[in-house]
Design a protein around this ligand. Structure first.
Ligand code: IPM
Length: 360
């Protein structure tokens, strides 16, 4: 298969981890006779530094022409601490999501047996957790009207959803639940928010189309607690933009490190693959960033094009690296010198020689 992949490494640890994912994809192309071409684009703080624009037109054009986008990370502490910054790196990521209409974000939360002790939660609580979070990605409070009064003393962000925006992500979540254990949990705040009540109405209207799926509901505050107390109760979680952002980051506690969580963002025409973690500027260029989320995002990219054996090869490599403790310091307790590149090299070697790869 020929795939033209836009690579947007972004900020902080983004370039280091993305380089490992690209390495894995190149190894896959070689082993499975595919032709993958890569074209880099600027986004985020680095794009602001170079062009004064977090999402240059050229980057959007590269993304529009590509079959898929591999995204790194975005953000820089210098913008985080300045509430008056007019231009922000995050506008780059949010702009891509909106302009390419990447409305459905899928975040798998899987507890690896080899990492159960890395979580601060009890093993018996988290073992066998396997959740798919369907997060709506182009609506809600992130994209509603934002206002600051002239005197600077009043501000508002509108949380707005249309039936259409809810339906498309809800259909995708119902279908995912149908193909899994058949349980869908809608997370909202319908006891307080009008937008949440619209979510409930629309999701309930779709329910009869999916007779094999059992639908239940949780308020976000309760869901945040249940996710930690008993994550195994969940199969597919469907939720709006901001609740999905918060819940998925919380869920990283189950898995042991946020450096393991990958995601797919899809719309009708485009698809983007990205770790759920941020740029962690403080950890950049130290060789300590965990590349697994980015490498697993590459596996999700392959899945998207039906390249299931190829994706499986990457995942087997990841599993083996975890089993052998070839992991960065966020997870590792056995060896203290395993760098970002070393993890990437191990997985690259595994892709080429799955039966022979061991720690050198
Ligand atoms: C994520 C991130 C982004 C979000 C930020 C960087 C804008 O936290 O992808 O989860 O809030 O969506």
């Amino acid at each position: 298969m020929k795939l033209n992949i836009a690579v947007l490494p972004g900020d902080g640890i983004g370039p280091e981890v993305t380089a490992q994912a690209v390495k894995a994809l190149k190894a896959i192309a070689m082993e499975f006779n595919h032709v993958f071409t890569f074209q880099n684009g600027l986004v985020g703080a680095i794009a602001i530094d170079k062009t004064d624009n977090p999402l240059p037109e050229e980057t959007i054009n590269i993304c529009k022409k590509a079959d898929a986008i591999l995204f790194g990370a975005i953000g820089d502490t210098k913008y985080d601490i300045d509430p008056n910054a007019k231009i922000r790196p995050e506008q780059g990521l949010l702009g891509i999501r909106k302009k390419l209409d990447l409305h459905t974000n899928i975040r798998p939360i899987i507890a690896y047996d080899d990492l159960l002790t890395k979580s601060s939660l009890k093993i018996k609580q988290i073992k066998d957790t396997n959740i798919l979070i369907y997060r709506e990605l182009t609506g809600g409070i992130y994209f509603g009207e934002k206002k600051l009064s002239e005197d600077g003393n009043t501000a508002s962000d509108i949380c707005q959803y249309s039936r259409h925006e809810i339906e498309r992500v809800a259909h995708a979540a119902f279908q995912a639940a149908e193909a899994r254990k058949g349980k869908l949990t809608l997370v909202d705040k319908a006891n307080v928010l009008e937008s949440s009540r619209l979510w409930r109405r629309v999701v309930q209207e779709l329910e009869p189309q999916y007779p094999k799926v059992t639908l239940d509901y949780l308020f976000i505050d309760n869901a945040a607690m249940e996710l930690i107390i008993n994550p195994r109760q969940f199969d597919v979680i469907l939720t709006e933009n901001m609740f999905g952002d918060i819940l998925s980051e919380e869920a990283s506690v189950i898995v042991g490190s946020i450096g393991l969580l990958a995601s797919t963002s899809i719309g009708e025409k485009h698809a983007m693959f990205e770790p759920i973690h941020g740029a962690y500027t403080k950890s950049a260029n130290k060789g300590i960033a965990n590349p697994i989320a980015s490498i697993l995002s590459a596996a999700m990219l392959l899945d998207h094009f039906g390249l299931y054996d190829e994706a499986a090869r990457i995942r087997e490599g990841v599993d083996k690296s975890l089993k052998l403790h070839i992991t960065t310091p966020d997870l590792n307790t056995k060896y203290d010198n395993i760098s970002t590149t070393k993890v990437g090299d191990f997985i690259e070697d595994f892709i080429h020689n799955p039966d022979e790869t061991n720690l050198n």
